[in-house]
Design a binder for this molecule. Structure first.
Ligand code: 5GP
Length: 189
C-alpha cells in the first residue's frame, strides 16, 4: 500500500531490538485518514471472502480493526490483555509472547463474541514472529469459528511470523513488508 509505505519511510523510527516506532500515525497518535485507507485496502484484499467478524488484540490493533470492520459492515472484537472485573469467566484464553515487552501474557475473549461457524478475519498492526497472530488464531479455533486470514499493516519480513503463518496454510496479507531496517534506514520490499 503506497501511502502506508511512504508514511513509514517518512515518519517511522527504528529503535534498538528491531522495533519500528510508528506511534505518530498508527499506535499512539492515529491518522484517521490513513486508517480509513487501510480499511479500504484490507477490504479490497479480502472482498472475495465471507467475513462475519474482525478480531484483533488490544491496544494497537484496534484502530485498524475498526476501520476494516466498518468496510465489511460487521462487528470487531478485541482480545483483552487484562481481566477486568466485569468480563465474566466464560472465556476463551490463550498465552502470547510479547515481542516488544519480552514477556508472556494472557489474552481472553468472552465466549459470547466468538461463535462456532463464524468467519473471522484477524487484523494486527505488526507481524514480527507471529505470536500475536497465532494467539488470535488459537482463540478463533477454540471457538469453532473459521480463520478467513490474517491482515497485518506492517510485516517485518526479516522475522519468522510470515513464513510460519503461510506454512500453516493461513492466508496472509501485509500492506507493507519491511525487508530490513537499522539505524541507517528502512528498506521496504
Ligand atoms: P509478533 O507477535 O508477531 O512477534 O509481534 C506482533 C506484535 O508485537 C504486534 O501486536 C505489535 O503490537 C508488536 N510489535 C512487533 N514488532 C513491532 C515493532 O517493530 N514495532 C511496534 N510498535 N510493535 C511491534
Amino acid at each position: 500500500m503506497k501511502t502506508l509505505k511512504e508514511r513509514i519511510l517518512k515518519d517511522g523510527k527504528v529503535l534498538d531490538g528491531n522495533i519500528l516506532k510508528v506511534d505518530s500515525f498508527i499506535n499512539h497518535q492515529v491518522d484517521y485518514k490513513l486508517m480509513d485507507d487501510i480499511g479500504d485496502e484490507i477490504y479490497r484484499r479480502f472482498v472475495d471472502c465471507k467475513v462475519d467478524k474482525v478480531l484483533t488484540i488490544e491496544t494497537s490493533g484496534i484502530p485498524a480493526a475498526y476501520s476494516v470492520a466498518r468496510k465489511f459492515d460487521v462487528p470487531f472484537v478485541f482480545a483483552k490483555k487484562k481481566l477486568s472485573g466485569n468480563i465474566g469467566d466464560d472465556l476463551f484464553s490463550t498465552e502470547v509472547f510479547s515481542y516488544t515487552k519480552s514477556c508472556l501474557y494472557k489474552v481472553v475473549v468472552s465466549k459470547k463474541y466468538l461463535t462456532q461457524g463464524e468467519n473471522i478475519l484477524v487484523v494486527d498492526d505488526f507481524l514480527a514472529n507471529g505470536q500475536a497472530a497465532l494467539g488470535m488464531i488459537d482463540l478463533v479455533e477454540q471457538s469453532g469459528a473459521n480463520v478467513v486470514g490474517v491482515a497485518a499493516l506492517i510485516e517485518k519480513a526479516f522475522q519468522d511470523g510470515g513464513n510460519i503463518l503461510r506454512e500453516k496454510g493461513y492466508r496472509l496479507e501485509a500492506l507493507a513488508s519491511i525487508e530490513k531496517m537499522d539505524v541507517e534506514g528502512i528498506k521496504i520490499k
